[in-house]
Unconditional design. Structure first.
Length: 145
């Protein structure tokens, strides 16, 4: 297995931002997807892990699971007025569905302290992908800004 040098990287998309996130496991690639999305919104290095939230989602396939995970994070960001910087994900498969249990940590938004990045309006299904290649798990997503 190759050594993963970075958790994620961005790619250019007109009027949007895309990312590819990496991990040694599918869970780690999902965690790094959350990290990538919140690095679009703010600099996650400046977000403390003082508040913890947990949620569970289920989806029919891995790509839908990634979409639902990112959408849930975006929903919590908007409803709870929070920024997240730490993500713990466990994924299991039961019958015909994938179950994702997440614990996310962050803090309430304070734009006097936190760097203001781009507002993420939505997660898109366009070009979204979840796969494993040469022992590296990769997720790919585009965020509507």
């Amino acid at each position: 297995m190759e050594n993963i040098e970075k958790p994620f990287e961005f790619f250019d998309v007109t009027a949007d931002v895309g990312f590819v996130a990496y991990g040694k496991t599918m869970e780690e690639s999902f965690e790094n997807s959350g990290l990538a999305m919140f690095n679009v919104i703010s600099n996650t290095d400046n977000i403390s892990k003082s508040k913890e939230l947990q949620f569970t989602i289920s989806s029919e396939d891995e790509v839908s699971l990634l979409y639902d995970f990112l959408e849930e994070l975006l929903f919590l960001h908007e409803v709870e007025f929070m920024l997240f910087s730490d993500f713990d994900v466990e994924i299991s498969k039961e019958k015909d569905e994938y179950i994702l249990d997440a614990t996310v940590r962050g803090e309430e938004i304070n734009w006097e302290i936190h760097e203001r990045g781009c507002e993420v309006k939505a997660v898109t299904f366009h070009l979204m992908d979840v796969h494993e290649e040469d022992g590296i798990h990769k997720t790919k997503a585009i965020l509507d800004l």
